[in-house]
Every structure is written in C-alpha cells, then in structure tokens.
Design a protein around this ligand. Structure first.
Ligand SMILES: [Zn+2]
Length: 173
C-alpha cells in the first residue's frame, strides 16, 4: 500500500495532534515522543516539543487546535460558532492589572473548553458560557470576577451588586 505523503502539520486542521505522522527533520525517522506540550498564547495552536526516537534530536511542531463545533446562542437569539479566542479575551479583559498569570488564564479557558467538549451539545446559550467563566474567575480573583459578572449579569442597582459581593465573601484588594 503506498504511503500518503507527509505534509507539515503547520496550518493544517488536525483531529488529534498525537496521530500526526511527522518525520524528524534531522534523520526523517517518523517516530517521536512528545517531551513538552503547550498552547500558543492565542490558544489557536498546540506547540509540541518532540524527541526523535532514533537520533534523539529534538524538534518543535505546531498543530492547529480544532475548535469545538458548537454554536453559541446569544441573548438576542443569534448564533455564532464557539470561539476559544473570545472566551480568552473576556477573561483577559476581566483580569487586566490583576495578579493572575497568563498560565492560570489559559488553564481556565482549557477547562471550560474540555467541559463543553464533554457535554457535546450542538448549541450552548452564551449565558452558560458566562456562568462557566464566572465559576473559574471566582476562584482566581474576586475583583476579576466582579468585573466579569457586572458585564455579564448587568447588575440592576447597587443592591444586587452588594449582594453579589457578600455572596462571594467580600472583596479584598
Ligand atoms: Zn531523528
């Protein structure tokens, strides 16, 4: 059986990065083990540091992260494809000038995404995603949580805002 030609994974849609058949750039051996894996800062690509099983040299591959196929249903009833970039942006905005590492923020996005993958729904109300983000933020930073919640829930008057702060046990700067 003729083997399919191997193409660089860069910019190509992959279902699973682990299945990618990539050759070592030094000795063309296809076997490698992943020694380190992380997402690029925009969370659109997975960067894998690989070690060739034959010559033991290390090289890096970039593989596009596949977005989950769900549609987000917004308040006005319109739908748009789920975007991890949007979730990331929302969290980054809420965490602005707060002592929260980029790593923690990316981890929160990853967790939300894998939860949505597990649920495997065709449509997700935007409010559900907002709630998931709030659940992450309340554990990370209370100021960031309040910022996000005030946008998301549109607090009606000071009373509801105070109740919210009381509910999370106050805010300490
Ligand atoms: Zn090699």
């Amino acid at each position: 059986m003729p083997r399919k030609p191997t193409t660089p994974a860069f910019g190509k849609k992959q279902t699973s990065g682990e299945k990618v058949n990539m050759k070592c750039p030094f000795c063309t051996n296809p076997g490698s083990k992943v020694v380190d894996k992380r997402e690029t800062p925009d969370l659109l690509m997975t960067r894998r540091r690989r070690e060739c099983l034959k010559c033991k040299k290390r090289y890096t591959t970039f593989e596009r992260v596949e977005e989950i196929g769900a549609l987000v249903v917004k308040k006005d009833g319109t739908r748009e494809p789920f975007s991890r970039g949007k979730v990331l942006k929302g969290i980054v905005l809420a965490c602005e000038k707060r002592p929260i590492s980029r790593e923690k923020i990316e981890q929160a996005v990853q967790e939300i995404e894998s939860e949505l993958r597990r649920k495997n729904k065709a449509e997700i109300p935007s409010a559900d995603i907002g709630k998931m983000v709030m659940e992450k933020l309340v554990k990370l930073d209370k100021v960031a949580y309040i910022r996000f919640a005030s946008v998301c829930r549109e607090f009606k008057g000071l009373g509801s805002f105070e109740r919210e702060i009381k509910a999370i046990g106050g805010v300490k700067e």
